[in-house]
Ligand binder design. Structure first.
Ligand code: G
Ligand code: G
Ligand code: G
Ligand code: MN
Ligand code: NA
Length: 249
């Protein structure tokens, strides 16, 4: 397909651009984390990840794409004084490739950014085909000092399977539940219950698709730790933090 060819070329030429979306502490109102979202440019138009991630998986370059965007994001961020968390999406397909965790470790080590401030997001949308293999890779990432988040929580058919079999530091609630919380009682019950469950498991909660001050106030009442969404900020090419002053020669 046309998009397949464009994605292959973008990966081959390392033309995958990191965009950064802020994540705010609900109580502190401070941006203490950002999620990196990949973008590629086709004919001068910036294309969002939802248009090409599946294709990158199909044509077998998702592991390369993930590595490229992580390296590019770290290069930008280490030029600033940013000291918050950096969240990256990883495709489960890339994760079960041997050597992938070594690749990630080497990229991060070369950047000098602390692994403890890197969070890898694993979406619950994909079913885990090889549980033992996935457990091994996630354990390897933890052993390197990285943190883990479960993404799109509540969207798939295996939420509890993920929570029972893997250890997570953060849980990102599926944005649709959050966005509908004020006009759909069921969705509000889901958000409250997921938060209570996460608290018992000692996992911090991030609400996605926060688009209004009313929703943000409700998150504060429920006691959710972090908020992400267009109210807080859109994904942007600008890295978080302030430029580091140039070092004297
Ligand atoms: O960026 P957008 O705004 O369109 O994100 C759409 C989807 O693409 C999200 O589910 C996100 O998790 C995924 N995604 C965005 N960037 C990356 C990336 O660099 N690697 C992987 N594997 N998924 C990504
Ligand atoms: O990785 P994940 O599936 O969570 O990707 C988040 C997706 O949601 C990205 O496509 C991002 O651009 C998008 N997004 C981020 N904030 C909002 C928001 O407030 N509302 C909506 N509708 N989408 C959002
Ligand atoms: O940024 P702009 O106001 O042009 O956004 C137009 C529409 O595109 C928004 O209503 C929103 O739903 C969608 N949109 C904007 N930015 C993103 C993004 O980063 N990811 C996704 N998935 N949708 C977006
Ligand atoms: Mn995500
Ligand atoms: Na998500």
């Amino acid at each position: 397909s046309e998009m397949g060819v464009a994605v292959l070329a973008a990966v081959e030429e390392k033309r995958v651009t990191p965009y950064f979306q802020p994540i705010m502490g609900v109580a502190s109102k401070q941006v203490s984390a950002v999620e990196v979202l990949s973008r590629i440019e086709i004919n001068g138009e910036v294309i969002r990840a939802d248009q090409f991630i599946e294709i990158a998986e199909k044509v077998g370059v998702i592991h390369r794409l993930d590595a490229i965007v992580i390296e590019a994001a770290l290069a930008k961020v280490t030029e600033t004084d940013y000291d918050g968390y950096l969240f990256f999406n990883l495709s489960p397909r890339a994760l079960v490739l041997s050597e992938f965790t070594t690749t990630l470790r080497n990229i991060v080590a070369a950047s000098g950014f602390p692994p403890a401030r890197i969070v890898f997001e694993i979406t619950e949308r994909d079913t885990v085909k090889n549980l033992a293999l996935m457990q091994r890779f996630l354990a390897e990432l933890r052993a390197e000092g990285f943190k883990l988040a479960i993404d799109d929580f509540g969207s798939g058919f295996s939420s509890f399977h993920y929570l029972r079999n893997f250890t997570f530091d953060f849980l990102k609630i599926e944005g649709d539940f959050v966005a509908n919380m004020l006009n759909n009682d069921h969705d509000q019950v889901f958000v409250r219950s997921i938060t209570a469950l996460a608290r018992e498991l000692d996992i911090e909660v991030i609400a996605e698709f926060v688009e209004s001050t009313e929703i943000l106030a409700l998150l504060e009442e429920i006691g959710i730790e972090y908020a992400q969404g267009y109210l807080i900020g859109r994904p942007s090419a600008e890295a978080p933090g302030n430029p580091r002053p140039a070092r004297a020669a």
